[in-house]
Write a protein that binds this ligand. Structure first.
Ligand SMILES: N[C@@H](CCC(=O)N[C@@H](CS)C(=O)NCC(=O)O)C(=O)O
Length: 207
């Protein structure tokens, strides 16, 4: 299997971490959505990451669809998203908060870093950051027991935390939400997270 996308993308990273935790071997294609845009569009018509090329040559796009394929492949005993009931509903709620927050942080980052300065819209950036702060606070209001089974809500939220601390660290300084700090530390210590640790944010360039 080949995973396409860089690990400063939280969506790519949550797939890479999930592949690692579930024990799938994969190659990593580090093409950039911005630097390799034309090439990327031959993989995914949307020109986005992540994509996963399966052993039979099928290309899956969108992290949620890829994660669903992984869970279907390992079977109900090992799924990262609980297969049903209240635990699935609760996990999906947390994932919705995490991915929604990622989307708002990313929208604000693109506005600040990709859009040429004369066209930037401060009110829009402020709105996105307010929405992101709401998502972070709502996630922090949940409990994240350190001995709970590591599920997709934990993985996605930990990837969100690392992404925010790269792209817009003022949104989540250490100490503001100790439960999120603890979740991040617990996850980042695991081999599947360490193998995908994004030390730097690759600033998207439109040049
Ligand atoms: N819903 C998608 C979102 C993917 C996404 O937003 N990817 C970003 C990188 S994290 C991207 O490709 N951005 C470039 C663009 O949209 O032009 C998923 O879960 O895979």
């Amino acid at each position: 299997m080949i995973l396409i996308g860089q690990y400063d993308s939280p969506y790519t990273r949550r797939v890479a971490v999930s592949l690692g935790i579930l024990g799938f071997a994969f190659e990593h294609d580090t093409r950039s959505v911005f630097g390799d845009f034309d090439s990327m569009r031959t993989v995914n018509p949307l020109g986005r990451v992540p994509s996963l090329v399966l052993p039979d040559g099928t290309t899956l796009i969108d992290s949620a669809a890829i994660l669903d394929w992984l869970d279907q492949t390992v079977g109900p005993e090992r799924t990262l998203l609980p297969p049903g009931g209240l635990s699935r509903q609760q996990a999906l709620q947390r994932i919705a908060l995490s991915t929604g927050t990622i989307d708002k942080v990313m929208a604000s980052a693109y506005e600040r870093l990709v859009r040429p300065a004369p066209y930037r819209w401060p009110d829009w950036i402020s709105r996105c950051r307010t929405q992101a702060e709401g998502g972070i606070a709502a996630l922090a209001a949940h409990s994240w027991p350190v001995d709970a089974r590591l599920d997709q809500a934990c993985i996605t939220t930990a990837c969100m935390i690392r992404y925010i601390r790269l792209a817009d660290p003022d949104l989540l300084p250490p100490g503001r939400y100790p439960s999120l700090d603890a979740l991040s530390q617990r996850c980042e210590a695991l081999p599947a997270f360490r193998a995908t640790y994004p030390a730097d944010y690759v600033v998207p360039s439109n040049r």
